[in-house]
Every structure is written in structure tokens, then in C-alpha cells.
Design a protein around this ligand. Structure first.
Ligand SMILES: *Cc1c(COP(=O)(O)O)cnc(C)c1O
Length: 424
């Protein structure tokens, strides 16, 4: 019996109208040699597909569903706004309120601007950093993903500080050459690169806790050195907290490490499931943005009232509940349970979690950077992913992605998941 027939049929149709059948590449399940399931609805910790299968969802829309799917408060907030209009192209009170909520828990953000995606947020941070410093070079770290921004779709070759080669056709070499890539968590490599380009350096951008090469926390000494080095040469330190913001703790990774970046990019959770991004930071930098300054940035739907209603409602609730310790304990419970199963099978398995984000690798040792992740076992991952999905457990379809847990993933839900994994 084929229990995902309707999904497969829909995927056939989708491939005719959309490249690869999807609107964002990871969704296609290509990494795991599989085809995607099509979702019909979602509630609490569960997704339901078009064939009426139920899945325990450990992706949570890549972060936003931190209170579970179809949260009644968020639905109500959006419904109320819906009656008042969906977009005005003019300022609303809600935008400042949402900004105040964000700055109240992320003090490095003195001023902010809203956009519609994480990509727009990081792109605008880069432009602003270049605009205020008058310099062009950027340092990024291999395996960190910052959206599909031209300047940031660059990874290193095998050298310590390979000068940018575009990751994708369509990115001019002239632009790529200004992005220099360094291995994550590698202080020596960073310092060498830094020395050679610090006079031309506009910004260093990093995911302080990386969630796009699996889940790999930055090491504190490493992050401190980035802070010192950028301050010393007048470059802008950008924390890309699109994934970690309101996910690893209320104040994001910057609160956990006690390091204040100059600019922060946000997205995912802050939209409560609607398309939102934001970026902000030091007042003197943010005031360089148009219309108060010369660096141009704009958006027809930026600060959209529906998105602001959803995002504000979610952030308010997170401030009330502060669920991050509980989320971390639950993630740990899940991962320890999986680890026991893997030990019994003699399969090397390591895992890690902070707040509502987690990751696991089929490896003997916790990877410290992208190069380590590449070495982890693909076959074991693929098999575990497929068998879990078949049992109604939906993990991210790539070893280069993180996992997400919500407040609706109760102990009983997790015990049920573990009993299925034990039976794999
Ligand atoms: C998802 C993500 C982005 C891009 O956000 P989009 O909304 O997909 O454009 C940027 N940075 C990080 C760290 C992300 O996880």
C-alpha cells in the first residue's frame, strides 16, 4: 500500500509548474533521495498530509512554530487585524509596539527596521555595514547560511582563507571577491584572514549558533575574538539570529554568550508564521538608513499589519512563558532517548540542544564546523530520516539542517516518538 500517493501525485504536478516542484529547495527532500509530503493542515505538534497521515513535526516551519501549530492566540490576533484591513502602505502603531518588545529583550537593538524575510534582513545589514564604513570586504564562515543574498552565497574552498568563489551561477565574480570565507570556530584562520584584510573590512557576519550546517554552537572564545577584532578596526559585527532569535533564549544567542553585536538580523520566529524579517542594532548605525540617512532600503509590505499582529502576539507570549529551559529539557529527553537506541545498534550518534533548537549527527564526535559535518555519516542519516518519516516522525530532510521543538511537544508526545524509534 502506498500511503503517500496523493503527495506523490501533487509532486508530479508541482514539478511541471515550479522548478524542482517547490518554492524553496530543501523542501524537495533531494538530499535524502526522497520526495516531499504535501501538507494539508497542522495543529499543536502535528502536521497532517494530503493522504491524512499524521506526523510529529520537528521542523516547526524552521522555527516559528515554537508554541505549536495553529496557536489559538495567534489565530485570534490575525483574525482581528484581518477585519481592519490587511495592508495600508502607511505607518501603524503596531510596528513600534513590536519594535519595543524586541528591543526590550535584545538590548543591542536600539533601533530596528522590519522587512519581509531573513534574506532581506541580512542583505540590508550588509549594505548598511558597507555604507557606514565605506569599505567593501566581508568575512563569513563556511557552512553559515544567511539567506540567498549575492554577497553571502559564498563558501570557502579547501584553503584556510580562500577568496570568494560564488556558490551559485549568477553571482558576479566582482562581487564574490569581496566576501572572504573562514572555517567556523577556527580562531587561527580568522586571525590570519583578518590581518590581511582588516583595512578593507566592512563587516563580519556569523550565525553565533549555527543552524544551517546541522546544529553547531559557536565557541565563546571564538565569538569574543570576532567582537574584539571588529571593534579594533571599525568593522560592523553582524549576528545573524534569523534562526536563533527567540528560539535559543528570549534574548537570542547574544544573550547566552553575553556578546553584543553591532547589528542583528531576525526572521522566522518573530513573524509568528507569517513572512517577517527585521534588522537592527546601534542607533548611530541604524540612523544611516533612509530616510534619516543615505543608505537606501525600503519595502512595500514591510511592517505588514497581519504579520505584525502575529509576530507581536507570539513574542508577547514568549516573554510571558519564557519556555526556553523547558524546551531544552524536552529536546534533551528526546535526543538522549534516540542516543540509547543508537548505542544499542552500535551506531555512532552525537547530539546537542539549546533552548528550542537541537541537532544530531551520525558521528563519533560532535562536529565543530562545516568540514566536520561533511564527514558525518550520510547513509545512517538518510536511513534514520526515512524510517522516522514512515513512522510519522518528521525530522529535517538533511544532515545540514537543525531540529526544532515546541511547547506542544509534551512528554507524552515525545515518549510516543521514542517508542516508535525504538521499534525502527
Ligand atoms: C532562514 C535563514 C535566513 C534566511 O531567511 P529567509 O526568511 O529564508 O529569507 C538567514 N539566516 C539564517 C541564519 C537563517 O536560518
Amino acid at each position: 500500500m502506498n500511503k503517500t500517493k496523493k503527495s506523490q501525485d501533487l509532486f508530479e504536478q508541482a514539478q511541471k509548474i515550479m522548478p524542482g516542484g517547490v518554492n524553496s529547495p530543501v523542501r524537495a527532500f533531494k538530499n535524502v533521495n526522497s520526495s516531499p509530503i504535501f501538507i494539508k493542515s497542522a495543529k499543536g505538534p502535528y502536521l497532517y498530509d494530503v493522504d491524512d497521515n499524521q506526523y510529529v513535526d520537528f521542523i516547526g516551519s524552521w522555527g516559528p512554530m515554537i508554541l505549536g501549530h495553529s496557536n489559538p492566540r495567534i489565530i485570534k490576533a490575525v483574525e482581528e487585524q484581518l477585519q481592519l484591513g490587511t495592508s495600508y502602505g502607511a505607518p501603524t502603531e503596531g510596528e513600534s509596539k513590536m519594535g519595543q518588545l524586541i528591543t526590550s529583550v535584545m538590548p543591542s537593538i536600539e533601533m530596528m527596521r522590519m522587512v519581509n524575510s531573513g534574506t532581506e534582513a541580512t542583505m540590508s545589514c550588509i549594505r548598511l555595514a558597507r555604507g557606514v564604513t565605506g569599505k567593501d570586504k566581508i568575512i563569513k564562515f563556511t557552512g553559515c547560511y544567511h539567506g540567498h543574498v549575492d554577497s553571502l552565497l559564498i563558501k570557502a574552498g579547501s584553503g584556510v582563507s580562500t577568496f570568494g568563489l560564488p556558490d551559485s551561477p549568477g553571482i558576479p565574480k566582482d562581487l564574490a571577491q569581496h566576501t572572504v570565507t573562514v572555517p567556523f570556530n577556527d580562531i587561527d584562520a580568522f586571525e590570519n584572514t583578518y590581518k590581511s584584510i582588516k583595512d578593507d573590512l566592512a563587516a563580519v557576519i556569523i550565525e553565533p549558533i549555527a543552524g544551517n550546517m546541522g546544529f553547531i554552537p559557536g565557541e565563546i572564545e571564538f565569538l569574543k575574538i570576532l567582537r574584539e577584532a571588529t571593534s579594533a578596526c571599525g568593522a560592523v559585527l553582524i549576528f545573524d539570529e534569523v534562526m536563533t532569535g527567540f528560539r535559543v533564549s528570549l534574548g537570542g544567542a547574544q544573550e547566552i554568550y553575553g556578546i553584543q553585536p553591532d547589528l542583528t538580523a531576525l526572521g522566522k520566529v518573530i513573524g509568528g508564521g507569517l513572512p517577517v524579517g527585521a534588522f537592527g542594532g546601534k542607533r548611530e548605525i541604524m540612523e544611516q538608513l533612509a530616510p534619516s540617512g543615505p543608505v537606501y532600503q525600503a519595502g512595500t509590505l514591510s511592517g505588514n499589519p497581519l504579520a505584525v499582529a502575529a509576530g507581536t502576539c507570539l513574542i508577547q507570549r514568549l516573554i510571558e512563558l519564557n519556555p526556553f529551559e523547558e524546551l531544552e529539557l524536552n529536546a534533551k529527553f528526546l535526543l538522549n532517548g534516540i542516543k540509547e537506541v543508537m548505542i544499542q545498534k552500535g551506531i555512532p550518534f552525537v547530539s546537542n540542544q539549546i533552548g528550542g533548537m537541537f541537532g544530531f549527527f551520525f558521528a563519533e564526535q560532535q562536529p565543530r564546523n562545516f568540514e566536520d559535518v561533511v564527514e558525518t555519516n550520510d547513509k545512517n542519516f538518510e536511513q534514520f530520516f526515512k524510517q522516522s518519516l514512515d513512522q510519522g516522525i518528521y525530522f529535517a530532510p538533511s544532515k545540514f539542517e537543525a531540529g526544532f521543538i515546541s511547547t506542544k511537544h509534551s512528554e507524552s508526545v515525545l515518549i510516543n516518538v521514542l517508542s516508535k524509534i525504538q521499534a525502527l
